[in-house]
Design a protein around this ligand. Structure first.
Ligand code: PAF
Length: 522
């Protein structure tokens, strides 16, 4: 038998409970009528190892006139049992007077950025997302939670809440969880209980049509508008009343005419009187992350950890430049342009071989050189070799070939600009010169090597930055659409978390599940 969890109703119950924790809870906000998908949100929250507060509040503010506020299912006893079984620490079911002591209209309301609500559910549900942003901000403020778990099924809601947290500067981390589906493919929703058996069969056409569209994209179909038309037709033929079928980009939620490597196909329908929504990520390849930035910003360590966390392959472009350097040195070739270099590149047969831990062995001329390329001799020459146009051309081509099917995280100086300009996420990872000096000194000290004075190291770093930014071939520069991440004062873990969050903002976890990454399914 599963132990029960406390049911907190009044602020006078919530406050002492929160104080007794000694740490901030993870909040899973719900409107109750909990089902399997809520269970997985609660389990994901519990996996953080922190106390989990599940709120149940049917929020009048997010229902429009004529919507189902009065009819919305309410089942607190069953909710308490499900929450306990899924790993919650407490269920919080505040009254409207507790959440909005001045009445719902008496409190500050948060208006989402207009572009985020211009499409999809925005036009059909005016005021809905304002109500959602407002209630989530109240729930966070009252509970003091610093982690918020939400499902990806309501993708537009997720983006609105993200914008809210960002713009309020709220010290809250958002953990999105993939859409959970019932056996017939319909996403879990409290509103599914409104459907009669016959409607239920009809409703299953919604996930089926979207899944068929996703499959046809994987099979090579490219016309975005044709897909929208096809899905609309499928839904209408099933007798569903279509509110919208829209292809949008997952981050900005703006309509796309043409498919990109990743797009979101979303739909809302009415089945009888029940409104249902669903979406599918459409992918022509698995996602790519490009991490660029100056030397000493911690790119290699961060890239490795990001690849591991996201279940992607670490495409070690630095190792490729090192391997070519090693090869040229081994054959006693001058490190300069010319026919010798062209011939050496043509004959080197550089390749990366999967090693089973999302890292790769580096093989050149049939020799595994993963370790051998880490010598001081290679280190001293690699930046000269990397500036040679022929080497650049050769390796950019090779890297692009490795990225054709996606699923990689790569770091360097020109990954987001030259190698993978269509990467789903581009990060420009940097740190101030004094910070990089501090890190370099700590690293040398740890390795028992002589530690030069800070001034000298700062001058070297500045010189290197100027050389990298000023060189004619593939200069270091930030891609226009890259997110700049200044890592001063942040540990590796915090930087990795930030990049993983940026990725999740752009790429639904469900996309990773369909791309076959088992680590995304948990
Ligand atoms: O997704 C929901 O159930 C609601 O919109 C939420 C986030 C609990 C706010 O009322």
């Amino acid at each position: 038998m599963v132990a029960s969890v406390p049911l907190l109703r009044r602020m006078t119950e919530l406050e002492p409970w929160c104080r007794s924790l000694g740490e901030a809870p993870v909040l899973v906000p719900t409107m109750g009528a909990l089902h399997g998908a809520h269970g997985s949100l609660i389990a994901a929250a519990a996996a953080t190892g922190r106390p989990v507060l599940v709120s149940v509040f049917v929020n009048r503010l997010q229902f429009g006139a004529g919507e189902d506020f009065d009819r919305y299912p309410r089942s607190l006893d069953a909710d308490q049992a499900l929450a306990a079984a899924a790993g919650a620490s407490a269920l919080w079911a505040p009254s409207e007077a507790d959440l909005y002591p001045l009445g719902p209209a008496g409190h500050l309301q948060l208006v989402p950025p207009e572009p985020l609500v211009r499409h999809l559910c925005g036009p059909g549900r005016p005021g809905h997302f304002r109500g959602v942003a407002t209630v989530v901000s109240r729930l966070l403020a009252l509970s003091g939670a610093t982690t918020l778990v939400l499902g990806e099924k309501d993708w537009q809601q997720l983006q609105v809440v993200r914008a809210m947290l960002r713009d309020l500067g709220a010290p809250v981390r958002l953990l999105p969880c993939p859409t959970r589906r019932e056996a017939d493919g319909l996403p879990f929703s409290s509103r599914n209980t409104y459907l009669s058996a016959a409607e239920r069969q009809q409703a299953a056409a919604l996930p089926r049509a979207l899944a068929a569209a996703a499959a046809s994209v994987l099979a090579g179909r490219q016309d975005g508008q044709g897909l929208e038309r096809q899905v609309r037709l499928d839904l209408e033929q099933a007798g569903l009343q279509v509110e919208y079928v829209q292809l949008v980009d997952p981050l900005q939620l703006q309509p796309l005419v043409r498919l990109r490597s990743l797009a979101l196909l979303a739909a809302a329908v009415r089945c009888g009187t029940t409104r249902l929504i669903d979406h599918r990520p459409l992918m022509t390849r698995a996602p790519i992350v490009a991490i660029d930035g100056p030397a000493g910003a911690g790119k290699s360590t961060v890239t490795r950890a990001v690849a591991r966390q996201l279940g992607l392959i670490h495409l070690d472009t630095g190792a490729m430049y090192r391997a070519v350097t090693w090869w040229l040195q081994r054959h006693g070739l001058p490190l300069q342009e010319g026919p010798d270099l062209e011939a050496a590149l043509e004959g080197c047969g550089l390749r990366l071989e999967p090693r089973g831990d999302r890292e790769q062995e580096v093989v050149i001329g049939g020799v595994t050189v993963t370790e051998a390329i880490r010598t001081a001799e290679v280190t001293a020459a690699v930046s000269t070799v990397a500036a040679l146009p022929a080497v650049r051309r050769y390796l950019t081509g090779l890297q692009r070939r490795y990225g054709e099917t996606g699923g990689v995280v790569a770091e360097g100086r020109d990954i987001g600009t030259a190698v993978f300009p269509d990467a789903e996420l581009k990060v420009f990872l940097t740190a101030s010169v004094p910070e990089r000096v501090r890190r370099r000194q700590a690293d040398l000290q740890q390795r028992g090597l002589p530690v030069p004075a800070a001034d000298q190291l700062a001058a070297e770093i500045q010189e290197r930055d100027a050389r990298d930014a000023g060189r004619a071939v593939a200069p270091l520069c930030r891609a226009e659409d890259a997110v700049e991440l200044v890592s001063d004062g942040l540990g590796i873990e915090a930087v990795v978390d930030r990049i993983v969050d940026l990725f999740r903002e752009r790429v639904p976890v469900e996309a990773m599940v369909s791309a076959g990454d088992p680590s995304a399914a948990g």
